[in-house]
Write a protein that binds this ligand. Structure first.
Ligand code: 5GP
Ligand code: ZN
Length: 121
């Protein structure tokens, strides 16, 4: 899709801190994180939202969310996490994505680059 920022990231036209990739999805760190390790899981195919996305791809994204959340928990020591998926007026980027919002009882926000280094060790 033209003018879709996530399609541009997937095509490599815009850089990102990519922490996971397979045939169907990429996962990268949010550029404006609400907490350390805030991750977006994004299908490679452009689907707009929950109504639009293929069910097999959606199920795959949930499986990958399990794996990535486990890694974030192990490497960044978060105390919990929340999955968020916005649609309609509350969706800023109109290419389906699932947020992983790690939760910490105590932590200071780190640079995205530093989180990336820890997650990729
Ligand atoms: P939503 O569409 O669910 O409201 O949120 C979109 C999310 O994408 C926001 O958390 C925002 O910070 C993130 N975002 C927007 N543009 C970029 C970008 O160019 N790179 C990355 N890594 N994240 C982005
Ligand atoms: Zn797109």
């Amino acid at each position: 899709m033209e003018n879709c920022i996530f399609c541009k990231i997937i095509n490599g036209d815009i850089p990102c801190y990519k922490i996971y990739e397979d045939d169907l999805v990429v996962a990268f760190l949010d550029i404006n994180p609400i907490s350390n390790g805030h991750t977006l899981i994004v299908p490679k195919q452009h689907f707009q939202d929950l109504y639009d996305i293929d069910n097999n791809v959606l199920n795959h994204i949930l499986e990958i969310a399990k794996k990535i959340a486990k890694q974030i928990t192990a490497k960044l020591n978060c105390d919990g996490f929340t999955l968020v998926q916005n649609n309609g007026a509350v969706q800023e980027v109109k290419h389906f994505h699932l947020h992983i919002h790690p939760y910490y009882k105590n932590s200071e926000i780190m640079k995205v680059e530093d989180c990336f280094k820890i997650l990729n060790i």
